[in-house]
Design a protein around this ligand. Structure first.
Ligand SMILES: O=C(O)CCC(=O)C(=O)O
Length: 303
């Protein structure tokens, strides 16, 4: 890549001098240091503004107590029922797309899964998504929803973004279905990464991305929560670098994984191309019900 890029801009183009990126690199370090030292957890009482600020700054935020635990019990009951219907469950199972011991099951568009709150999108989470997607035009809707399991013994993943494009196009909303201690291998993040949508910030953010890909490691401070309580909702931008850590706990780590995309990005990305016909059918139904411009909701007047 290093030899290809200068050629792409013409044979005589000189590479950008390293000092040109020095202030942006310092800003990246400062940003990651702050996210790690202050943490990325926001309580429901702190409100949407703090959550949006953390998501915009760090690329990730954890909302504590954002999912009502009695509703989560209902979710778990319905999911256990789905698992017991072996034939239906198998049709929705995807063992191809995820790596290193992880697999996922697409949820059917049936009650209670067909309610946005059941998917982890409380009014607070909806407000956070609305504010976050404003930077990329304001329109957003569901891409797909699964339960992702990092099974016991799952290996460390390599660092990756979920989408190889700009920030603000795809967001993951992960609800912990069980308490996740460090031994279960939580998701690890390189805060403040992902290519910037703004013209001035794009060159250094792309340079940081290339450097991380080459090093296979964060360039600045890194973050993995030491404990994530059941019902915690973690929201992160799909363009940021992250990886699932090794699950050496002896128990599976299931997460309700909802991906939300800007405008028609879900169609363009086509994440579901490897999914079964049954899974694709359910995803279409979710997209019809919770698609752009506002996750299938008419916007409240007071927002
Ligand atoms: O296991 C995790 O925490 C993250 C999984 C992930 O990022 C992936 O499979 O792409």
């Amino acid at each position: 890549m290093a030899t290809f890029l200068p050629g792409a801009f013409g044979a005589k183009t000189a590479p950008a001098p390293a000092e040109q990126f020095a202030p942006a690199l310092q800003a990246h370090h400062d940003c990651a240091d702050r996210c790690v030292s202050e943490g990325i957890a926001v309580s429901v009482a702190d409100g949407a503004k703090k959550a949006v600020d953390t998501l915009q700054r760090c690329g990730v935020v954890q909302l504590l107590g954002a999912y009502d635990l009695s509703e989560l019990d209902q979710f778990q009951k319905a999911f256990d029922q789905l698992k017991s219907r072996e034939k239906a469950y198998k049709k929705l199972l995807d063992t191809k797309q995820l790596h290193d011991g992880r697999y996922q099951v697409y949820l059917p568009f049936t009650k209670p899964f067909s309610s946005r709150k059941t998917l982890g999108v409380s009014d607070l989470v909806l407000e956070v998504l609305r504010s976050y997607f404003l930077a990329s035009g304001g329109s957003f809707g569901i891409d797909h929803v699964t339960v992702l399991t990092s099974s016991s013994g799952s290996a460390n993943q390599s660092l990756h973004p979920d989408v190889h494009y700009f920030k603000g196009l795809s967001v993951s909303v992960h609800t912990a279905l069980q308490d996740v201690p460090a031994s279960m291998g939580p998701t690890f993040f390189c805060p403040c990464t992902g290519e910037s949508l703004t013209r001035e910030d794009w060159p250094p953010s792309a340079a940081i991305k290339m450097t991380i890909l080459k090093r296979k490691d964060c360039l600045a401070a890194q973050f993995a929560p030491s404990f994530t309580a059941r019902g915690t909702v973690t929201i992160y931008d799909g363009a940021m670098f992250h990886k699932g850590l090794e699950n050496g706990s002896g128990r599976d780590r299931p997460v309700l994984k909802l991906e939300v995309a800007a405008e028609e990005f879900a169609e363009r990305r086509n994440y579901i191309q490897l999914a079964s016909a049954a899974a694709k059918k359910q995803v279409r139904r979710f997209r019809e019900a919770m698609g752009p411009p506002y996750f299938g909701e008419s916007r409240r007047q007071d927002l």
